[in-house]
Design a protein around this ligand. Structure first.
Ligand code: NAD
Ligand code: DAU
Length: 361
């Protein structure tokens, strides 16, 4: 088992990165190291999601507000905190935004990843001098790099890349860069391609949190196209557990698919959420159902994703621990109990919180 003293988590103020930081402090068996979150706090980053970690682990947690495209800032973090592992989540992550404005995706996902790889290579001495032992760069990627499936079949780790949106093309590019650094310079790299996550701290532009909040607010429920696109949903804590296993025991230079083995059509997700949210919030589900609104399809909308995750199950003993029903129940409960988090994002309170806490550092 590998162990690390100073883990750099990029994008730690976002949805999965934030859950991963919580996982490291509360659930990762045997982890006693320090966590350094590096995040630019874009619209999707919310450092208040980590306020409890900052309060409970002041000696083992540091937050640096910086852009991964800022090479000097990234280099400084490696030096100042003596980083020995990187878990790289930071990205522009929303497909619809990538269609409206692809440039930010190329900048952050391609150039930002390049900067981080360069900083790691230089700080750890790969490609020149004596490489430092005991280091690892884990790159977090998506199943979307594999393209779109028809009604049958699964993505394996050997499926050729076929990205179809600016988002997935930028992620595919970053995956290639990460492995190029491994093959060319010997940088110790691992990589994971995961399916759709859901759970706490999910920014409410993505399907599940958007629907939960629109149901509560009595707003229309926009379903793209015929609503029959399929995604493979995984509860976010199970993704965090998979990354932890790869970090500590995964083979260097190897990629691992991670998935829910839980294919669901979008319209079924929406109907499930209508039932669960209505029951918990005392709404009439049939009245809510009448607010479903079929809208224009996403351009180039991938039809189906489905992951074959037998490699990580067989080699690292990982498996999903949270069923879809349980995960949806927990997620809806979390939003109902954390409406202040949602209100913070919506009211601008969150921006003020950043100004108070981080802008002067
Ligand atoms: P997110 O959009 O919720 O969070 C992204 C985080 O990155 C935010 O905190 C943001 O402030 C930060 N960030 C963005 N640009 C930055 C920059 N230039 N410099 C520094 N920080 C920056 O994303 P997410 O859904 O948590 O996804 C995290 C990672 O996991 C991404 O790499 C994504 O491709 C991958 N992924 C996501 C899913 C999913 O279902 N959400 C599934 C598989 C893989
Ligand atoms: O597969 C992993 C990917 O999952 C990640 O790499 C991405 O970062 C993450 O955002 C997610 O991408 P999707 O495009 O699958 O997620 P999204 O929540 O945007 O959409 C899920 C499905 O729901 C998709 O088929 C589009 C549809 N949809 C989405 C929204 C926001 C709707 O029908 N209506 C909506 O309002």
């Amino acid at each position: 088992m590998r162990s690390f003293r100073n883990v750099l988590v990029t994008g730690g103020a976002g949805f999965i990165g934030g859950n991963f930081v919580h996982y490291l402090f509360r659930r990762a068996g045997g982890f006693t190291g320090r966590v350094i979150v590096l995040d630019a706090l874009t619209y999707a980053g919310n450092a208040s999601s980590l306020a409890d970690v900052e309060r409970d682990f002041p000696d083992r947690y540091a937050f640096v507000r910086a852009d991964i495209c800022d090479a000097d800032a990234v280099r400084r973090v490696f030096a100042e905190y003596d980083i020995d592992a990187v878990v790289h989540f930071a990205a522009e992550s929303h497909v619809d935004r990538s269609i409206l404005g692809p440039e930010a995706f190329v900048r952050t996902n391609v150039m930002g990843t390049f900067n981080l790889l360069e900083a790691a290579r230089s700080a750890w001495g790969f490609g020149s001098g004596k490489p430092r032992e005991g280091t690892l760069f884990h790159h977090v990627s998506t199943d979307e790099v594999y393209g779109s499936l028809g009604p049958t079949g699964y993505f394996t780790e050997d499926t050729p890349y076929d990205p179809r949106s600016p988002y997935s093309a930028s992620k595919a590019s970053s995956d290639h860069l990460a492995f190029a650094y491994h093959h060319t310079y010997g940088l110790p790299v691992t990589l994971s391609n995961c399916s759709n996550n859901y759970g706490p701290y999910h920014f409410p532009e993505k399907l599940i949190p958007l629907m939960i909040l629109n149901i509560l607010e009595g707003k229309p429920l926009p379903v793209y196209g015929d609503g029959k696109n399929v995604r493979d949903w995984l509860y976010v804590e199970d993704h965090c557990d998979a990354i932890w296993r790869i970090l500590t025991a995964g083979s260097v230079g190897r990629k691992y698919n991670v998935g829910g083995e839980n294919e669901v059509e979008n319209i079924r997700i929406v109907n499930t959420l209508i039932d669960v949210v209505s029951a918990k919030a005392g709404l009439d589900p049939e009245k809510v159902r009448s607010t479903i609104s079929y809208v224009a399809d996403r351009p180039g909308h991938d039809r189906r994703y489905a992951i074959d995750c037998s490699r990580i199950k067989k080699e690292l003993g990982w498996s999903q621990s949270v069923s879809f029903d349980e995960g949806i129940d927990r997620t809806v409960e979390w939003y109902l109990r954390n409406m202040d988090w949602v209100a913070g994002i919506k009211s601008g309170e969150y921006t003020k919180w950043i100004e108070r806490n981080y802008d002067n550092r």
